[in-house]
Design a protein around this ligand. Structure first.
Ligand code: 5GP
Ligand code: ZN
Length: 140
């Protein structure tokens, strides 16, 4: 637990949260400033800043809960789809430094966009550059 972390305070019950689901290692609650009806955050109960900071078990707990909840949220609010994503680090827009998955219900004609708008201008990459990136990520 991090003393000055708002999400750790929700886990500890020190500040109220509209909790919708809980497992041993993960917690899900409504976003206080929702982007749509049913906007839910899924977090590890342990304070971790970035996705890569999660242990394998913590990662499984968080993403398993996302998988379990998405259809339940969709049914509860009558959504047509979801945008599911993580602002993983301050330069990606992360404001609360406790890793969290946004599960954002989407509705036909809601005026929103796809996740492709998140990264700004697209790079113009050659086949060789794409090959090199794939190889660097794959560790070949
Ligand atoms: P980020 O930009 O870090 O990915 O998103 C943080 C999210 O946490 C925002 O969508 C914001 O509305 C939500 N949030 C911030 N403070 C609180 C809080 O005290 N309670 C809840 N339930 N959500 C919060
Ligand atoms: Zn925390």
């Amino acid at each position: 637990m991090s003393d000055d972390c708002i999400f750790c305070s929700i886990v500890a019950g020190d500040i109220p949260g509209r909790i919708v689901a809980e497992t041993d290692a993960a917690l899900a609650f409504l976003d206080a400033n929702p982007m749509s009806r049913g906007h839910t955050l899924v977090i590890p109960k342990t304070h971790r800043q970035r996705v890569a900071d999660l242990s394998t078990e913590e990662s499984r707990a968080v993403f398993d809960l996302v998988h379990d909840l998405a259809p339940r949220i969709e049914a509860a609010v009558g959504a047509d789809a979801h945008t599911i994503g993580v602002n993983d680090g301050p330069d990606a827009g992360q404001e609360v430094p406790h890793a969290h998955v946004h599960v954002i219900p989407r509705f036909e004609g809601d005026g929103g966009g796809p996740i492709h708008v998140a990264a700004g201008d697209r790079p113009d990459l050659s086949d060789e550059e794409l090959d090199a990136i794939a190889s660097d990520i794959g560790g070949e």
